[in-house]
Design a protein around this ligand. Structure first.
Ligand SMILES: *Cc1c(COP(=O)(O)O)cnc(C)c1O
Length: 495
């Protein structure tokens, strides 16, 4: 009954879950996928009384089949503890007819904490299981939130180092301050003069560089990835969709068997892919509504069947979604091709050579559960303002992209199905954009004065993650060009 993992580009390389977590990316540059998607084996009704940790175990045990019960439960207990500011871990908020699944109650107040608080534990457990004695070097490209969440997760974790690259001018001031103040002797943070795709490409090149791998091995290092391409990120993200459904059953928002739509503000396609896996496991999700900002590659893909990254890259108020190559989409492509690695490899080669690929008619038909939408900067800001004026609930720009897309969807379809919005960041993480959306008089105020003002408007306490960086000293100040990323890694590891 063990589930093995294989590359999306080659069916031959099969590894266990723990090996897939350690490797991050398959040797051929593909992503690891489970050879089949397991079905939930405890009924949703039964889980009504379970807490987050118990549901996490029921979901994750089905994927991480080479972890013992004790190992997995231990990882879960270490991850979902008082680092979260609520014992519910991922609380639901009903606002008007919509339910917001708040995924931002962890250490860095964005949804990346949901997976990155457990990944270091999965990884060190996986290393022990596989008799790995090398030090694990986590190499990560970030559009803002992954970086900080990964740094917080791995800081001072024995047997690991973490190196984070972020686009110097492509993250919010608070995101940058959160990263460059990171403590921990094993943490390294580097800004690059480029955008997120440059950072991600640089990281991918290092992962595929055999000479670098050799040089690292000699010094007792091996790379792994904390990016959302790691299966150890994807699996923990399936959990909160099951959790949300079960809680909606328990509080009467949904009747047994009733389905609901999910709306996900999307960048690298990890979060919404987790919802797709949850649906494939038997969770009664109706539509998977994929919300993009003005970098609407995915919207165009779902409407035409053609993926085309050759376009202007836009910096928006939802920087964690400013992405033109959504890495995790490769897993969906592989699945809708009928788990066909050869077809997927062909399309991915086209993507890397020309920036464009088109899926077949058969593949398009497999996408009927997906619905693409996008929000302009103006729609996003209006959504924040109107929601605040009508309900006093304040959402961040990423979540607002999703809310705006949902309003459009409902207006066009008159669909009455219950909808769940994945709320991916605390408004405190993007204070300036949020306050500007509410009233441009706030433009004149300083970052932390704005934080206090937001606290007043939203009638919520300033999160600890923000209090902590008010006075924290800058500990990282290296900046480099995208083509010097490897040189930086060589300096850090003394290769
Ligand atoms: C990462 C992130 C997203 C995008 O999630 P993907 O899994 O990359 O699609 C959306 N919102 C916020 C706040 C994020 O940090």
């Amino acid at each position: 009954m063990d589930i093995m993992y294989q590359s999306t580009r080659n069916p031959k390389e099969k590894v266990t879950a723990s090996q897939a977590i350690l490797k991050g990316l398959a040797s051929d540059g593909g992503l690891f996928v489970p050879e089949r998607i397991p079905l939930l084996d405890v009924s949703l009704e039964t889980m009504k009384t379970y807490n987050y940790q118990q549901i996490a175990y029921e979901v994750m045990k089905l994927y991480l089949t080479d972890f013992t019960e004790e190992e997995l439960k231990n990882c879960i207990q270490c991850a979902y503890d008082s680092k979260f500011d609520t014992p519910q871990i991922a609380p639901l908020k009903q606002v008007n007819d919509t339910i917001y699944l708040e995924l931002f109650h962890g250490a860095t107040i964005a949804f990346k904490d949901m997976a990155l608080s457990i990944l270091p534990h999965l990884m060190t457990t996986a290393a022990k299981k596989n008799q790995v004695s090398n030090e694990i070097v986590i190499l990560t490209a970030t559009s803002g939130d992954t970086g900080k969440a990964a740094l917080a997760g791995f800081a001072d974790v024995e047997g690991t180092r973490i190196i984070v690259f972020y686009p110097k001018d492509g993250v919010s001031p608070i995101q940058e301050k959160q990263m460059v103040t990171q403590r921990g002797a094993n943490t390294h943070v580097i800004g690059i003069r480029g955008n997120f795709d440059d950072a991600q490409n640089g990281v991918k090149e290092m992962f595929n560089n055999k000479k670098l791998e050799e040089a690292m091995k000699k010094k007792g290092f091996q790379f792994s990835s904390a990016n959302s391409i790691n299966i150890g990120r994807l699996v923990p993200q399936i959990v909160y969709y099951v959790y949300a459904y079960v809680k909606m059953l328990a509080d009467g928002s949904l009747k047994e068997g009733e389905s609901f739509h999910v709306v996900v503000p999307t960048g690298n396609f990890g979060n919404i892919l987790a919802a797709y896996y949850a649906k494939s496991m038997g969770l009664p999700i109706g539509k998977l509504i994929c919300a993009s900002n003005e970098n609407k590659v995915l919207y165009d893909f779902f409407s035409t069947g053609t993926y085309n990254k050759n376009r202007e890259f836009k910096l928006t108020s939802s920087p964690s979604m400013d992405i033109l190559i959504s890495s995790n989409l490769e897993r969906l492509i592989y699945h809708i091709a009928g788990d066909n690695a050869e077809k997927n490899a062909e399309l991915m080669q086209l993507l890397s050579q020309t920036g464009v690929y088109e899926i077949t008619q058969d593949m398009k038909e497999m996408l009927q559960d997906f619905e693409g939408g996008f929000a302009t900067e103006e729609q996003t800001a209006n959504t924040i303002k109107t929601l605040y004026q009508n309900t006093e609930y304040i959402i961040d720009p990423h979540t607002a992209v999703a809310a705006s897309v949902l309003y459009d969807y409902i207006e066009h379809t008159k669909d009455k199905t219950k909808c769940l919005i994945a709320s991916t960041a605390s408004p405190f993480k993007f204070t300036r954009s949020v306050m500007r959306a509410i009233d441009n008089k706030y433009d004149a105020m300083g970052d932390f004065a704005l934080v206090d003002e937001l606290s007043k408007l939203s009638k919520t306490k300033v999160p600890k993650a923000i209090e902590d960086i008010r006075i924290a000293p800058v500990l990282h100040n290296t900046i480099c060009d995208p083509n010097k990323m490897q040189a930086q890694v060589e300096i850090i590891l003394e290769l």
